[in-house]
Ligand binder design. Sequence first.
Ligand SMILES: Nc1ncnc2c1ncn2[C@@H]1O[C@H](COP(=O)(O)OP(=O)(O)OP(=O)(O)O)[C@@H](O)[C@H]1O
Length: 250
Amino acid sequence: MKTLLETQNLCKSFEDIKVLKNINLKVSEGEFIAIMGQSGSGKSTLLYNLSGMDKSSSGNVLFCGKDISMLNDDMMSEVRLKQMGFIFQNSYLLKNLSIRDNIVLPGFKARKLTREQINCNANMLMEKTGILSVADHDIKKVSGGQLQRAAICRALINQPDILFGDEPTGALNSSATREIMDILNTVNREGKTVIIVTHDAKVAARASRVIYLMDGKLHNELKLGKWDISENKKIYREKWLSEWLEKQGF
Ligand SMILES: Nc1ncnc2c1ncn2[C@@H]1O[C@H](COP(=O)(O)OP(=O)(O)OP(=O)(O)O)[C@@H](O)[C@H]1O
C-alpha cells in the first residue's frame, strides 16, 4: 500500500518541555490507526502535528508525498479544508445553523465540488450515518450521538484523503460509542485512512494498528488487521489488546 502520511524525526517542544521525541511513523493508505498511551504522553500533540494543526519544532511531516511542515498557514488551511477531515470529543457544530447547514458549509468554503455534488454528498452521508431524518433540525434538538454523526458527515463532505479524530467517542455513552465506531469502521472499509486518539481499549480494538506512545516516544505498536471478523474473534481481539496494553503499562 502507498504511504499517505509519514513523519521523519518529528520533534515538538513547548518552550523547554520536549513533548514529542524523534517520532518516525509511516501511515499507509487505508489504515485505521489508534494512538494510545497514558495521559500526557503526547497523543493529541502527535495528532495535531500529523494534521498540520500544529507545527513541529524539528523534523518533517510528509502528506501525499509533500512536506506539510514547510507550508505557510494559508497553504496548510487549504490542505486541511480540502484533503483532511477532523472530529473531536465535542462536535463543535455552529449553534445557529441546522445539521444540514453545518455539514455543507465546509463544502461551499472549499469550492472543491459543485453545489449539486455537495448537496448530494451531504444527503448520502446523512443517510449512511442515520441522521437524514433530523437534517433540518436545530443542533440543540438532537442527541450527542447524532451531533457526533453530523460532525463525521461534516468532516467527510469534501471527500478528504484522511480522517483524524481526537477522542471522538470520549463524550459518548457505550451504545453511542459503538454506533460511531461502526460508522468509522465503515468509512475505513470503504477506503478512507483513519487516525484517532483514544483511551478506550474497546475503541482501539477496532483499528487495524495501535501505536503506543510513552513519554513522547513511539514505544511500541500492535498490528491487528481489519475489523471485519466474527463476533467471537472481536471479543478475543479486545482481550488480546487489553493484555498487550497492560504490558505497555497502560
Ligand atoms: N499548547 C501547549 N502548551 C504547553 N504545553 C502543552 C501544550 N499542549 C500540550 N502540552 C503539554 O504536552 C504534554 C502532552 O500533551 P498531550 O495533550 O499531547 O497529551 P495526551 O497524551 O494527549 O494527554 P491526555 O490523554 O491527557 O489528553 C502535556 O504535558 C501537556 O501539558
